[in-house]
Design a protein around this ligand. Structure first.
Ligand code: CA
Length: 227
């Protein structure tokens, strides 16, 4: 999952970025409302984490502007005060949920899981499945044929991206845009490297391969033998 983080307080921004990256999320941090609007247009973010108090343009205005533009990206609003007025204002502006500062990273994960699940971007259960492969978005545990497979954070994210749309061919750019932030994702063969690692861990020991290369296009999860 790739996240746009619009938060001007550097300490909080760094805390959230580090926390989310440890779990394999890709995070682009920006520090003003205007910047946030520009970035939101530039990439297909899964979630926008949006602080209310921001320089230049506050979070409520940013959210209203996004919705006016027809941008339906999930928005998680950060608010400094837990008052009914603040919450209502956020939801009225088009936010999908809110989180009151200060918060623990664990709470943020839970909220992110909840809004993506509600939006139908992830299955109702926390477990995604394809053939004999399962991925639990809560525990981050991956199993194939019941056997636990240890994955690095980014390997996990690439697999999650493929699992969201099994059988569909995803281009390297589509995968990269959801797994890496702007700073990293232009580095050419990064997707191929991670796919190679995933294959080693997920396919090598099994007769039926599920990660397939579609020449000239990208990758897809499938049980069809096609490469
Ligand atoms: Ca702020």
């Amino acid at each position: 999952m790739r996240i746009l983080l619009i938060e001007d307080e550097r300490k909080i921004s760094a805390y959230v970025k580090r926390g989310l990256e440890e779990s394999g999320y890709a995070v682009d941090p920006v520090y003003t409302g205007r910047e946030g609007l520009d970035w939101a247009e530039s990439a297909p973010y899964d979630v926008i984490i949006l602080d209310i108090l921001l320089p230049e343009m506050d979070g409520l205005s940013v959210c209203r502007e996004l919705r006016k533009r027809g941008d339906r990206t999930l928005v998680l609003m950060l608010t400094a005060r837990d008052t009914v007025d603040d919450r209502v204002a956020g939801l009225d502006a088009g936010a999908d949920d809110y989180l009151v500062k200060p918060f623990a990273i664990k709470e943020l994960y839970a909220r992110l899981r909840a809004i993506t699940r509600r939006a139908g971007e992830a299955p109702k259960s926390t477990v995604m499945e394809f053939a004999d492969l399962t991925l639990d978005t809560r525990s981050h545990q991956v199993r194939r044929a019941g056997r636990v497979i240890e994955l690095a954070a980014k390997e996990y994210s690439v697999l999650e991206c493929l699992l969201r749309e099994p059988e569909r061919v995803l281009t390297r750019t589509q995968i990269a845009e959801h797994v890496w932030n702007y700073d990293t994702y232009n580095q050419s063969n990064v997707v191929d490297v991670y796919i190679r690692n995933l294959r080693r861990k997920i396919d090598d020991a099994f007769e039926h391969k599920i990660i397939h290369t579609v020449r000239g296009a990208g990758y897809r999860l499938s049980l069809d033998e096609m490469d």
